[in-house]
Design a protein around this ligand. Structure first.
Ligand SMILES: *Cc1c(COP(=O)(O)O)cnc(C)c1O
Length: 370
């Protein structure tokens, strides 16, 4: 039996009638860009994230880009972030004209180390972008404590609905940041049927600015306060996402159950490092990522057995060719570099059957002769 890394068809089958009904309604209404469907989804995501505002946009990359523009970040500025993340986190920093400053990760959680972020701040630093990697939140309160006045853009593309206990209270991904950003790329836990993104904030002035920036810098039609972007969410995506959102909590719980099953099944394998979830966090497991010293040999074994897997991420961003101009050398962020050599993500999607889970476990254990 082969097992895919992600099975979007299995999820679609459970919600097909509802989604198709809503999509047909949009088609009959012929209102495709923004509109009531987007406003409804924005209210739903704001409620989930416990933020005052949510603003839809075209994708998760634009969400980060617009967030920086809303904070007036541009040429001559620096933004501190993690090199162990999807490219968009730093590509957007470059694209607003600012300089990405990379600091290393905590090897246990794969998230940015707040002390290193604070140490990298200069007079030109305009924001820190922690990433809530693989479904668990970065220690945002620690970044706040070290840098009380620094804007924080929380890249929560992989972590919508994740939460973290801060000073005894559960805080949702995006809730405690200056601006939190989400992606609805199909492989995220809340995935659309195409591209989509959203920004959340507690600040009304920032919300107004983001609303303006996503529509060419204009609130009143044909009057442009500033030069913005065309980055709107469309109604077809919004109704799909509104249909899926009520299922998100159950899907995330199913991912956690799958993760616990694997972690128990790998407990006796000395060469497998199972995911560490900070006790303050509840992860939504966008990925179940193990560490294996002989990672590439295990990949070949899993390929032969038909087990879906992937390496997120094989080359940290400070060593990407496009960022050679920044001057980082190998060794600059050793934990990110080691993670890139050792990590492997296994199928953890909510619809995974117990037979599929057993097949994954048997294949991994078989590699270690167990
Ligand atoms: C997916 C992702 C993004 C970008 O989202 P898109 O919707 O694909 O543009 C940004 N940051 C992280 C960490 C992501 O995983």
């Amino acid at each position: 039996m082969s097992v895919p890394l992600l099975d979007l068809k299995a999820q679609h089958a459970t919600i097909r009638d509802e989604v198709v009904g809503r999509v047909m309604q949009v088609i009959d209404d012929q209102v495709f860009i923004l509109g009531a469907a987007v406003t409804t989804l924005e209210a739903e995501v704001a409620a989930l994230s416990r933020t005052k505002y949510a603003i839809g946009c075209a994708n998760g990359t634009d969400a980060i880009l617009l967030a920086m523009r809303a904070l007036d970040i541009g040429a001559g500025d620096e933004v501190v972030t993690s090199p162990f993340t999807f490219f968009a986190t730093a590509g957007t920093i470059h694209n607003v004209g600012a300089k990405p400053v990379f600091v290393d990760i905590d090897p246990k959680t794969f998230n940015i180390r707040p002390d290193l972020a604070a140490a990298a701040v200069t007079s030109r630093t305009k924001a820190v972008i922690p990433v809530d990697l693989f479904g668990q939140m970065a220690p945002i309160e620690e970044i706040r404590r070290l840098l009380p006045t620094m804007p924080i853009i929380e890249d929560a593309a992989q972590s919508i609905g994740a939460r973290r206990r801060i000073d005894g209270t559960w805080r949702m991904a995006g809730e405690a940041a200056t601006i939190g950003t989400f992606s609805f790329f199909p492989s995220k836990n809340l995935g659309g049927y195409g591209d989509g993104g959203m920004m959340v904030t507690q600040d009304q002035a920032i919300r107004d600015r983001l609303m303006r920036l996503r529509t060419h810098g204009s609130v009143q039609t044909y009057l442009h306060e500033e030069v913005g972007f065309n980055s709107r969410l469309d109604a077809l995506q919004a109704v799909v996402l509104s249909a899926k959102l009520p299922h998100l909590a159950a899907w995330s719980a199913a991912r956690r159950r799958n993760a616990e099953f694997y972690t128990a099944a790998f407990a006796d394998l000395a060469d497998v490092g199972t995911p560490f979830i900070d006790p303050a966090n509840e992860s939504i497991y966008n990925q179940y990522t193990i560490r294996v010293p002989r990672r590439d040999a295990l990949r070949e074994h899993l390929n032969a057995k038909g087990i879906g897997h992937s390496v997120y991420y094989p080359l940290p961003l400070h060593l990407q060719p496009c960022f050679a101009y920044l001057g980082y050398k190998e060794g600059a962020c050793p934990e990110s570099e080691r993670a890139s050599r050792e990590v492997l993500s296994l199928p953890v999607f909510p619809e995974l059957t117990s037979a599929q889970r057993d097949t994954v476990v048997a294949a991994v254990r078989g590699f270690f002769g167990k």
